[in-house]
Design a protein. Sequence first.
Length: 62
Amino acid sequence: MPDQTVPATPPSSEPLAEAVPGRKYVENKPPRGLYVRVFIYVIATHVLLAMMSLVVIAANNR
């Protein structure tokens, strides 16, 4: 295997294209945990309202 003394591509004075950032990253979607928390809050609110309704119905039947 011969030694390669000359580089395959000569070095250029221009900066590499990979080194220049293209676009700034902007997250368009909320994190998944947000959906889980909202789901839990909605379920908890419905359960609380159902329990309050049962208390009101039980109080009216006495």
